[in-house]
Design a protein around this ligand. Sequence first.
Ligand code: ADP
Ligand code: ZN
Ligand code: ZN
Length: 748
Amino acid sequence: MIMAENEKNLCEVQPFGGFDLPLIYSLKETQKADIKIGSLVKIPLGKRVILGIVWSLNVTDTTMGAKARQIIELVHEEPVLTPDLLKLARWIGKYYSCNTESCLEAMIPVSVRNGMQEKSRRLISLDKSKSDYENLLNRSPAQAVIINFLKHQNHPVAASKILAETGKSHSTLVSLKKKGLIIESSETVERVAYDDDFSDSNEKVDHTLVLTEEQTAAVREATKDLQSLAFQTRLIFGVTGSGKTEVYFEAMDEALKQGGSILFLVPEVSLAPQTVSRIRNRFEKEKVVVWHSHLSSGERVDAWRSITKQDSRIVVGARSAIFSPLPKLRLIIVDEEHEAAYKQEDNPRYHARDIAVLRAKFVNATCLLGSATPSLETMHNVNRTKYSLSKLTERVDNRELPLVHLVDMRREAEKRKTLPILSQPLVEALRDRIQNREQSILFLNRRGFNTTMLCPECGHVETCKDCSIAMTFHRTDGYLRCHLCGFRKPAPRNCEKCNSFDLQKKGHGTQRIEDLVEDLLPRSARVQRIDADIMNKKNLFRETLSNFRKGKIDVLVGTQMIAKGLDFPKVTLVGVIDADLPLRMEDFRASERAFQMLVQVSGRAGRGNRTGEVYVQTYAPFASSIQFSRRSDVSGFIDEEMEMRKEFGYPPFTHLIRHLFRSRSSAKVEFYATEWTKQLQRAEIENFRFKGPALAPLEKIKGYYRYHFFYFTPSVKRTIETLGKIRKNFPIDPEVHDILDVDAQQIC
Ligand code: ADP
Ligand code: ZN
Ligand code: ZN
């Protein structure tokens, strides 16, 4: 009898603390009503008490029945994970080949996991039933002061306020309480995550805005998706300035009308202050949670609780916000879906855009992906009709796209017999803007990891014939290497195409450019740089952007980080210092990234009433990324790039899994990488291609030597399973670690 009773109350709990499988626990009769799937609970494990997530209820396991230990207590009233998040955690664990615990850690904020509770404060009021205060007080003037203060208050007052106002001590309050003259109560204080400073733009809601025909069509289609109540993914493919945000807003209205909640993802919250304030303005009545890395743990807990309790139905945030425990999720928006920032480069190495689509599927919601330069992965899904498409081909008010000038740096170099950083045409355009009191932005690309060989005479870059990526020059041994397949050859002394001698490396930091610009422009010009240092100082970054918007800065110099989503109406000139750098990076996505950068950057010019101008400095004016971006021909570029990817069997036609081996011992890592190659060859895995081992572009990081493999497969799930089996029978020295990165974006 007792056995049977026990069985009914068994549940599976996924513990935190290094266990990969759920364990079985029993529920007390009193806990049955409160503990749900997804609840955070305290459980005994050995002699310890640890935290765990209730994984499933009503387990029937006769072997465990009598032995199962009891759950100690429930930590938060509400489950910390919604059922779809639990499903996601399992899926992520399998697909990205990581343990469940790291998924749960990514999903549940530390402060929530630690059981941090709401903050409450103590309120004090006078006990009005007592009338003989004076009698009771005659011996204590301090107590009298407090009583007098309270007599003049209409509401209970915070204890801290009483002490601050009267200058009396806490012990006086204690004495008053003992005498029964005052009453204590408590109230929950919310640590507001809504009141942040994402409002530096003075944008107002424009209620008179009339949607363009294209916007109207896109809204109609997205609304239909939502009304179908079935899972749908739609790409909003709209040129920069075509008003994608308005389309999102209309869809959000519909989702709210349905009583649903909304998740709005941006690549990086601090780079999207305008989007955030536009959402706040538009949805004034909603408590919009902005989920960002600067939240204190208290703010995080409160924001999180307000999400689970459905006080907040809109969450805006970067990558990790995809795990917000929003009940009744109806709409997920992924703005700038092509951004690499959506990929987490640490365990669990998930891609937030892909997870967004999957989560929408789990809850039958609508997922909108938006971009002016969609990723090839997303376009591939559109072409396969997995996603639907809405196109916005025109800028609102038919504003002109900026005029793009290509500056051929090969000729500039010839004229000056050195490698120039700033070309004559760009400098003149800058001077012109200063004279006309207009603003300019200068973009500098992120630096390549190594030195690729660029010929300044003809723009030729040495590439690997098998992989179609730039080879990199290693000064130590004078070899050129391919970082995908490991092929190497002695570096040529002169250019293989034009026979010129001058093979040089390039690369200049923002600091250098800022100095140079200051030298070349009139003294009065105000030049300001934005780089990693400034980015890391939250306020300085905001202040700089705000000063730029107010016109206190003439020329802003920065990396493409500042290209995203920012709208500066007074900017009429954009200069791209080195358009080729991404092209020369050792990655098959180099061309795609260069193209996206150029289109996005150009989109920053001429957002106001003036047509903007863009100067693109390049050594490779013939490159397709440059030619297509100049004509703003996104589809043309994508079609051509798709062909290349297809020919080489790269994503999106296959999935790419990167397998990294690293160790402090270069001999050991090389040995195991070589041995692993033999295993792969012997296994003859079906539908599977691999390249490697090759030295990683960053061959040594923090004392670790790094080698990697690249696997190309149509099915991640099957490949991960097969590799797992082989890996199990392949013991590796404890000093060597290996990591799988599924759908790898970064190849460093
Ligand atoms: P995108 O995200 O497509 O680059 P935005 O949504 O940021 O473009 O819109 C660019 C600007 O155009 C914003 O200032 C927005 O308020 C304005 N806008 C959007 N739709 C319209 C419209 N139908 N009429 C007038 N202005 C609009
Ligand atoms: Zn190669
Ligand atoms: Zn050459």
